[in-house]
Design a protein around this ligand. Sequence first.
Ligand code: KG4
Ligand code: ZN
Length: 331
Amino acid sequence: MIVAGIETSCDETSVAIVKDDKTILSNMVLSQIETHKKFGGVVPEIAARAHLDAISKVFDIAIEQAGISISQIDAIAATCGPGLIGGVIVGSSFAKGIAIALNKPFIPVNHLIGHALTPRLTNKLDYPYLLLLASGGHCIISEILGPNLSRTLGQTIDDSAGECFDKVAKMLAIPYPGGPKIEQLAKSGDPLKFKLPLPLCNKKNCNFSFSGLKTAVLYTIKDLGERTDQEKNNLCASFQETITKIFINKLKYAIEIMDPNISSIAFAGGVSANQYINNSLKDFSSANNLKFYNAPIGLCTDNGAMIAWCGIEQFDGSSRLDFAPRSTWPL
Ligand code: KG4
Ligand code: ZN
């Protein structure tokens, strides 16, 4: 089975062609970062228009790069939520149009499940597994029991982890998106230099809170006044270390209460592109006799391949042209 996956829920216009044997024939990702940079974050209306401008071209290039003809596609999967509704409408409507024209099934995909199943696309990872999903919009710990079945153990009660990275970066005058740049600066910094709060870490639950951490960073920056580059690097390293500690604290609790059949942890979503956090979670997993999985960096942030793969895993033979796009849609 060959599936086209379409992703437009935030600031990447992406189309991928994926086979059910896990071959990624193409995965075109057109980032709108340059468009949104001057605003310090994604502007929904501008994002939707940019998706509309790009989607048809990106689709054509994905088909060409895959080396197939459009008639060889067996189904079209598209993100139908959660996300910025303008972009979701553009991508899902375009996908439905292609499905109708080709007379092939349309598969609506939940963006979060797309992230959640991505470690299975590039690894031999069996169900059930424990998932930490940390992206620009979400921070969730969930048991992934099957392609259509999960049990959420906890999630953020305010900001997401990625949002916290981006907002801290903004306070440090680092351009959007801040996550990758903070990781880079942290390499030259001391992770123990600044003591930052660990919100909710004294609570026996799997919920996260990042807004207090963000405020603590803001006060630290104010206290520093005119800062040196070294102090900036130290703050990036200390912040990244704090996020890592929060993740580990919550995973520690999750493994106490999770299904005893679970023997693997998967880390997904944009923040899972962070190699420092990845290495720490890998060490944590092996210390707890659990296998650790994540995706290659290019598949951690938003991409069409994860949507195509989720479509392949969830396809039940039906075409869901009636499925309405939505801005919220839980895991
Ligand atoms: O999954 P994603 O591409 O989009 C959403 O579904 O939200 O995640 C984007 C988020 C952004 O907040 C970005 O700063 C963060 O992932 N991110 C990172 C890194 N790369 C991307 N955060 C920390 N370290 C990174 N290397
Ligand atoms: Zn995402």
